[in-house]
Ligand binder design. Structure first.
Ligand SMILES: [Zn+2]
Length: 84
């Protein structure tokens, strides 16, 4: 087995899980010390039903367009409007 980080040689090693109070077999890279076990992969994978909200879209600002701030609302409530 080769390390995913550095492609170095890995060997099995017995680890101790303090939360489960149990030993388990994992792999440690002889070159970089990277530790791998199946649970690590499981935890790194996103859950099948997890929802990732889309990033808010920011309207593209066209060249030559100027903006002005209306009123004296706090910065987080200000609306940008097109200057005419
Ligand atoms: Zn490695």
């Amino acid at each position: 087995m080769h390390c995913r980080r550095c492609q170095g040689l890995m060997r099995t090693e017995t680890f101790f899980d303090l939360q489960l109070n149990a030993e388990f077999q994992g792999w440690r890279c002889l070159a970089c010390g990277n530790v791998w076990d199946p649970i690590i992969d499981e935890n790194r994978m996103p859950a099948e039903n997890s929802y990732v909200p889309p990033r808010p879209s920011v309207p593209e600002r066209k060249e030559g367009m100027t903006v002005q701030v209306k009123g004296k609302a706090p910065a987080h409530q200000r609306r940008l409007v097109r200057a005419e």
